[in-house]
Design a protein around this ligand. Structure first.
Ligand code: HEM
Length: 465
């Protein structure tokens, strides 16, 4: 585990199950919105990673306090709203300003997706009073954190960086010494890089983990196989009635767990595309690509979540053929039938001793992009997902939603958004992909609600990465 990972503090209130145990008890079998809690967890984890041990503005705590503060009358009143199948709306705590600002600014990016005038739209949204306020809070906070990191560095903290900000500052110092220039610790680029980590890191993992829990809830067989695999691997923890430790989780290979993560990455299509600009005139499968053209590779669709196109191999370039033969590129050899279905078993094979093994090359996976510009947070995502999924599946049983209109997966023909779909009584299936097409429109629709049962395990410690 890299030193930076050591500084992530997993929000104890969520992982030790207080929020969801309490919600499960109060909701008494009714579904509730889980997406927001997962999203908060991801934001807290990423902020801890970026700003280090001193960071104590979690988003999970206010919710925990708001829910724990509900007396029996308030709980009864909440349950009396709607029918037994309607989702319960739990109260929210007030977020610390800096977390509110991070979330507000992250949401703004949604304005740009598919927008034909991104520059104009961005200029407009940044003028809104809430955006201006959020922007200023974010700027002040990051500048303050950078100042403290510079201070730590000057006091000899370079040997023991405790956060991504510490690393960035010490790298800037090292670079300037090499290049013979003065350090600029507070440059626009550095401030944006810092926020870039928080932004890219929590939105993605929050979306992917929400999908993972949704898939597990809707596939009880796979959920119990995973739980069984965890119980077998962490038999000591089970016998002692405790959670597996972070050390145990990160140092053990559990094929069902790896496969669950890999399959959720494949199906959630969290990042919609990988884009590259052609630096020279070129060809792809015989099509001319002039220099300067942006080439987008979708992270879902043919070969990944729908059957592959039939390609005339003679059209491939010599370098592509070599890459296919010698490189890590995996041809899609999964059966066309059922390729859009979430099924972790497609990543599992029987080893020579008959044991189940995880095969990361069982099929194509481009969730994190490729090459030198591939995702910087890939390893962190795997670590976070392992811990998160293990502890939740260990502590809770996720039940499929009873009402079919809550259990929708994708957008309808008109691309209607989640919130509207949830309020309509229509059963909606995605006409675009059969399963998952666009996580941004779909994830909110689909992952938000599930019912959970607490499994009786004692949680007696605060996990730390
Ligand atoms: C489910 C989780 C995640 C997914 C699916 C994901 C996906 C991606 C993809 C597809 C790219 C573009 C890669 C390319 O162009 O080849 C990317 C880039 C990037 N990601 Fe992630 N990411 C995830 C988590 C994270 C996390 C946790 C962090 C931060 C710690 C992060 C930071 C970044 C950064 C900084 C880049 C830009 C890299 C560059 O341009 O050189 N990502 N990610």
């Amino acid at each position: 585990m890299s030193p930076v990972l050591c500084c992530i503090e997993v929000p104890p209130s969520l992982l030790s199950g207080i929020v969801w145990r309490t919600k499960a008890r109060i909701s008494d079998g009714r579904p509730f919105d889980a997406h927001e809690d997962i999203y908060h967890f991801a934001l807290d984890a990423m902020s801890g990673f970026t700003f280090g041990h001193g960071f104590n503005f979690g988003t999970t705590l206010p919710t925990t306090e708001a829910i724990s503060g509900m007396d029996t009358t308030a709980q009864k009143a909440l349950r009396s709203t709607g029918t037994k199948e309607d989702p319960l709306s739990f109260p929210h705590g007030k977020l610390p300003d800096v977390m509110w600002a991070f979330m507000e600014l992250t949401e703004l990016v949604a304005y740009l997706l598919g927008n034909p005038f991104p520059h104009l739209t961005w200029a407009y949204v940044l003028r809104k009073p809430a955006s201006k306020k959020a922007y200023q809070i974010k700027e002040d906070y990051i500048q303050g954190e950078l100042k403290q990191a510079v201070q730590r560095l000057s006091e000899g903290g370079a040997e023991k960086p405790s956060s991504a900000v510490d690393y960035i500052v010490s790298r800037e110092k090292a670079m300037t010494e090499k290049e013979g220039r003065k350090p600029d610790f507070f440059s626009r680029m550095i401030v944006d890089e810092v926020f870039g980590i928080v932004y890219t890191g929590h939105e993605t993992t929050g979306t992917m983990l929400s999908w993972a829990m949704k898939y597990l809830a809707d596939t009880p067989g796979a959920q119990s196989q995973l739980r069984q695999a965890l119980h077998t691997r962490f038999a000591d923890a089970r016998a002692a009635g405790r959670n597996p430790t972070v050390q145990e989780i990160t140092s053990n290979q559990i094929p069902w767990l790896e496969a669950t993560i890999e399959e959720s990455l494949r199906c959630s299509a969290t990042a919609p595309t990988i884009d590259r600009v052609a630096k020279v005139d070129t060809q792809i499968l015989g099509y001319r690509i002039p220099k300067g053209v942006v080439v987008s590779q979708p992270c879902s669709g043919p070969s990944i979540t729908t059957p592959a196109f039939d390609i005339d191999e003679a059209m491939r370039s010599p370098t592509s053929l070599v890459a296919r033969r010698d490189g890590d590129l995996v041809p899609s050899n999964w059966p066309r039938e059922g390729i859009s279905v979430w099924n972790p078993e497609r990543w599992l094979v029987r080893g020579s001793s008959g044991q189940l093994e995880f095969n990361p090359k069982a099929g194509p996976q481009v969730a994190f992009g490729l090459g030198t510009r591939g995702c910087y947070g890939k390893r962190l995502t795997y670590v976070e997902s392992r811990i998160w999924i293990t502890l939740l599946v260990w502590n809770f049983e996720f039940l499929p939603l009873g009402a079919p209109d809550l259990a929708v997966y994708c957008q309808d023909d008109n691309g209607q958004r989640a919130e509207r779909l949830l309020r309509s009584s229509a059963r909606v299936e995605c006409k675009g992909c059969g399963l998952v097409q666009n996580s941004r429109t779909c994830a909110k629709v689909l992952t938000v609600l599930f019912s959970i049962n607490s499994i009786d395990h004692q949680v007696s410690y605060m996990p730390r990465l």
